[in-house]
Ligand binder design. Structure first.
Ligand code: SF4
Ligand code: SF4
Ligand code: SF4
Length: 314
């Protein structure tokens, strides 16, 4: 076969593929798993002590992350490959009043949201990220990972982090302390939060607790759970005005980590997502990429044929 003939065959193959490559089929959004577990983080209860950040590092055995040149303190400013959980500060103007948007300040905890329909898992071509069928926790399998970092691109919360500093890098993110749950313990960030700003439990119960708090009257005293929702430990505190919405109930198809706050969520750095899961979009991108890969395969097939033919002709 001559080069000109091969190019004709490859071009015809490419046209055939292009003709067949219609848009990727949209699929239905995935529903919450009954019995799925997660966290409720209430920004109005958080005092920014970062006990959760230390506990997360201790129980996940991650090294310190420095943000100052003297490298004396483990003080991550954001999530990174050594930090699965960070506490960030919002402030405006004089920053005087906590949980107020204008001239106020507030804290926000950032970790994997364990999305109901996770875009990271949909984008991963080798299923290294998977959603557990019982708990809904999004876990990572380092042995399956090929390091393509599609998960990083797909995640709307900018959560998966890549170990650029290592010779054999892995993706790092919160796995809801699955190793502790297996031992009957709760996530370290919930266990060591002294105020009850972060509580663990079944998502249905966390959502009910969050909705109950939205009915509280600002200025009243109410009982708030510590460590676990509907657990034994409670603390009494004064209610501050809430933004009337549970972030994570519907955003991006829903998440298993839910938020309450006194300051608008976008000001706290949480993306303003539609109810449609981001995973539907990432799957479309992935399927389009795979379809796009068929043309190079046809081209490669042609190349192999020429080499084979030429070798035979010699
Ligand atoms: S927050 Fe990002 S990394 Fe976590 S489950 Fe959702 S898409 Fe995946
Ligand atoms: S659940 Fe565990 S890994 Fe995730 S943020 Fe909390 S302590 Fe860290
Ligand atoms: S331990 Fe609790 S109160 Fe302290 S920063 Fe973390 S979530 Fe906030």
């Amino acid at each position: 076969m001559k080069r000109r003939d091969f190019l004709k065959v490859a071009a015809a193959g490419g046209l055939m593929v292009a003709a067949n490559a219609g848009p990727a089929l949209a699929r239905d959004a995935k529903a919450r798993i009954t019995g799925a577990v997660g966290l409720l983080y209430d920004s109005t209860v958080c005092v920014g002590c970062k006990a959760c950040v230390s506990a997360c590092k201790q129980y996940n055995e991650t090294p310190p992350s420095f943000s100052s040149s003297d490298e004396l303190w483990d003080n991550p400013l954001d999530n990174d490959s050594k930090t699965y959980n960070s506490i960030k500060l919002y402030k405006d103007g004089t920053a005087e009043v906590k949980d107020r948007e204008k001239d106020g300040h507030a804290y926000i905890k950032r970790q994997c949201m364990h999305c109901v329909d996770p875009a990271c898992a949909s984008a991963c071509p080798v299923s290294a990220l998977k959603k557990d069928e019982k708990t809904g926790i999004v876990t990572y399998n380092k042995d399956a990972c090929i390091g393509c970092r599609y998960c990083q691109l797909a995640c709307p919360f900018n959560i998966p982090k890549f170990e650029w500093e290592k010779a054999f890098p892995e993706i790092r993110k919160c796995e809801l302390c699955s190793h502790r749950l297996k031992k009957g313990e709760i996530p370290a960030c919930a266990e060591f939060c002294p105020t009850g700003a972060c509580v663990f439990g079944p998502v249905e119960e966390l959502l009910a607790e969050a909705k109950k708090r939205l009915t509280y009257k600002p200025g009243d005293s109410e009982m708030y759970p510590v460590e676990r929702v509907n657990g034994r430990q409670m603390t009494e505190r004064m209610v501050v005005p809430y933004i009337p919405r549970v972030y994570g109930e519907k955003e991006g198809g829903g998440t298993q980590v839910l938020y309450l706050a006194g300051v608008p969520f976008d000001k706290l750095g949480l993306p303003d997502l539609e109810e449609k899961p981001s995973a539907q979009q990432s799957e479309t991108i992935q399927h389009t990429l795979y379809k796009g890969m068929i043309a190079p395969i046809v081209f490669l097939g042609g190349l192999v044929y020429i080499v084979h033919k030429n070798t035979k002709d010699e």
